[in-house]
Design a protein. Structure first.
Length: 277
């Protein structure tokens, strides 16, 4: 299977009109599955790394199952996906619900930007959930040990990325925090370097950091006062997909869960896989 690559630079002028995603019939007739991904967001995606990332490897498997080529539309910023014409985003909050009509999720928002769901004009559909992303309280063990209560967390100098769900929680619970960090990578490195006492980090990013920094002294807690508020079932986002498209992708994902392909891909990046609730 040939991999086609497109890169969207920040300087490119993007069309004002929304680019409609395509149904499975169109994907099959054109022989191409278009997937949007950030150019440098490991362990999820990378345009230039030794490995392409979890999301690209998952998309590659989906394209193989459909017997089509995979075209990766590389984005510098996530909001560019709205105009990029991709069929799939490989990360969206998903509900595990018997009623498939309820899987359209609340805006199918990208995970790092809490504001996107209200702005979206697309009719996206989320797939069945394929993994649970937990949120960890990450810090040195002596710092975070015993601070799994709200009152304990309020004693810490927390780091957080501006505009994220964790940022909203910091504001909701009036927890002291710093918002200088633009990515989870810089946040967890800031915790490791002692810039802040602790930070809320997604479980995949924590395990990826440990894989690449085995000497780290960082530890984590995942059982604190608002664990359920920051732990998310995650699937893929099908943009403007019809009922048949949703059904086919859900069946393919379920097959990949049953044969452990999805779990194996996450494990190969050092990620501790957690089944969705």
């Amino acid at each position: 299977m040939k991999l086609l690559v497109t890169f969207i630079f920040l300087s490119v002028v993007i069309s004002v009109s929304t680019v409609n995603a395509r149904t499975i019939d169109t994907i099959n007739s054109t022989g191409t599955l278009k997937v949007c991904a950030l150019s440098e967001r490991m362990p999820f995606s990378s345009k230039s790394g030794e490995r392409s990332g979890i999301q690209i490897e998952l998309a590659t498997e989906l394209a193989k199952e459909l017997n089509v080529e995979l075209e990766v539309i590389w984005l510098r910023y996530r909001f560019h996906a709205r105009k990029a014409g991709c069929d799939l985003m490989m990360e969206a909050v998903a509900r595990k619900d018997d009623d498939e009509n309820k899987r359209d999720i609340e805006g199918a928002r990208p995970l790092t930007r809490a504001s996107d769901s209200k702005k979206s004009k697309l009719p996206p559909q989320a797939s069945i959930p394929i993994i649970k992303y937990e949120t960890y309280l990450v810090g040195r063990q002596e710092t975070i040990n015993g601070n799994n209560t709200l009152s304990g967390i309020k004693e810490l100098n927390m780091g957080v990325m501006r505009g994220t769900w964790s940022h909203m929680l910091m504001q909701k619970y009036k927890i002291r925090h710093r918002t200088k960090f633009e990515t989870e990578e810089t946040l967890i490195q800031g915790v490791a370097d002692g810039e802040v006492d602790a930070g809320f980090i997604s479980s995949p990013q924590y395990w990826w950091f440990l894989k690449n920094n085995p000497e780290t002294k960082l530890s984590y807690l995942n059982d604190f006062d608002f664990t359920r508020e920051v732990s998310l079932n995650v699937g893929i986002l099908m943009r403007g997909a019809d009922e048949n498209t949703v059904k086919i992708f859900n069946n393919l994902l379920q097959k990949m869960l049953d044969n452990k392909k999805i779990q194996d891909i996450y494990a190969s990046y050092g990620i501790n896989y957690v089944s969705p609730d």
